[in-house]
Design a protein around this ligand. Structure first.
Ligand SMILES: Cc1ncc(COP(=O)(O)O)c(C=O)c1O
Length: 410
């Protein structure tokens, strides 16, 4: 694994790397939905389109070979970022949603039989619920839920008390996007492995702030989206253990994923090409590579420390506001906090905060079962990136109080 040096956080220097903050006084607290992009990522995207662009893999000319090398270098960066064993285990996809659908409709589709069980947690994003429901319906399988407690935690025990001899898959988030809880996925994956249960970890909220080591975690699949890790949209990663993916059926058919095609039969390419049909998001993958490099240059330990300290500071600031209730108090938290304020609807609060140039997410956060558990229809969610600091939470608190005053007059 990469050893990171401890670095002092220089807010001015970091923020200056993000052109979105150049104009005005934007308070951006919505990185859990999507993060802003540093200059190095924007530059690399522009650079490929300007100087190195061509379709990849099939070209015999230099431009195509350079573009191919850049694309495959990005795969190597992803492999190192999550410490996968081989680049064959790194599949470029559109995002986490596609990655989960891919696993559900290939590996799970062939492994799951009638009566088998799939365990999800209460805190899943809809992306890690619906693909499993589709597969469960198709095979008459059963979905079981590992419940979260009042603090918003999903424990090892709450997962394993659902396990039976019929459990085939555990698919669980690493960090809840709605509450922020960090789930003990390493402990869960190790135990699942010893019982022959497949594991998929949804790393959407974890890859941007935690050092991920898929070999140490012993998960079978790990997924994340590039746009939440300071990279472009339309690109994401499926890590899958080679011995599983090499035996699984293809996901989509088309160019690049084949070995030989006749009208009677097709044989498939090896990994990762088998799962990358058609012209891929070439520039997206290269941009993602730059984003992960940017994070590695800062050091994942430094990103995590900043995120943890800042979210805790932010929560302390929010807790001083009378009438504000934090939803979920997990002991181990990522860069996310959800709350409600008085009886003001989250959309009203978010809309009025926008008038002070404060961007927060409002609604159910694509996690309706989580909202149901905490008996709220929706929340306001503030989430941090490496470019945020305490002043952003101070501005948020000030904004909330101003909105409160507006509603007092109504
Ligand atoms: C925990 C989690 N899983 C899955 C997703 C879906 O990611 P995407 O829309 O990039 O595919 C998100 C996005 O918010 C998320 O936070």
């Amino acid at each position: 694994m990469i050893k990171y040096q401890k670095k002092r956080y220089n807010h001015k220097e970091i923020k200056a790397q993000f052109p979105i903050f150049n104009s005005g006084d934007l308070v951006y607290l919505d990185s859990a939905a999507s993060s802003q992009k540093p200059n190095s990522v924007l530059k690399s995207i522009n650079e490929v389109y300007t100087n190195h662009y061509a379709n990849i893999h099939r070209g015999v000319y230099k431009l195509s070979q350079v573009a191919t090398d850049m694309h495959e270098d990005a795969r190597e960066i992803v492999k190192n970022f999550i410490n996968a064993n081989s680049v064959r285990e790194i599949i470029f996809v559109r995002g986490a949603t596609e990655a989960i659908n891919l696993v559900a409709s290939t590996v799970a589709d062939t492994k799951i039989k009638e009566g088998d069980e799939i365990i999800l947690s209460r805190l899943e994003h809809h992306s890690n619920i619906v693909p499993w429901q589709i597969i469960a319906k198709k095979h008459n399988a059963v979905i079981k839920i590992a419940e979260s407690d009042e603090n918003g935690e999903v424990s090892f025990e709450s997962v394993f008390k659902n396990v039976t001899s019929k459990t085939k898959f555990i698919s669980i988030t690493h960090i809840s996007n709605a509450i922020g809880s960090i789930i003990p996925v390493k402990q869960i994956c190790k135990e699942a492995k010893s019982r022959g249960i497949y594991t998929l970890i949804d790393g959407c909220q974890a890859a941007p702030i935690l050092e991920v080591d898929v070999q140490d975690m012993e998960c079978d699949f790990y997924v994340f989206s590039g746009h939440k890790t300071y990279g472009p949209t339309g690109i994401g990663v499926l890590y899958g253990r080679e011995e599983i993916l090499s035996e699984a059926p293809p996901y989509q058919g088309g160019g690049d994923m084949i070995d030989k095609v006749t009208f009677e039969n097709t044989t498939y390419a090896g990994l990762p090409s088998k799962y990358e049909a058609g012209t891929p998001n070439i520039v997206g993958a290269i941009g993602l590579g730059s984003a992960l490099k940017w994070m590695q240059e800062i050091g994942m330990n430094n990103i995590y420390d900043h995120s943890k300290n800042l979210i805790n500071e932010g929560i302390s600031i929010l807790k001083n506001i009378k009438g504000l209730r934090i939803i979920g108090e997990p002991s181990n938290r990522g860069g996310v906090v959800s709350f409600i304020y008085k009886d003001i609807h989250s959309h009203d609060l978010g809309t009025l905060l926008n008038t002070y140039n404060i961007a927060v997410r409002t609604g159910h956060h694509c996690a309706q079962p989580t909202m149901e558990r905490y008996r709220v229809p929706s929340t306001v969610r503030a989430s941090v990136g490496y470019y945020n600091n305490k002043e952003d939470f101070e501005a948020l608190a000030e904004g909330i109080l101003k909105v409160g005053k507006v509603f007092e007059k109504v």
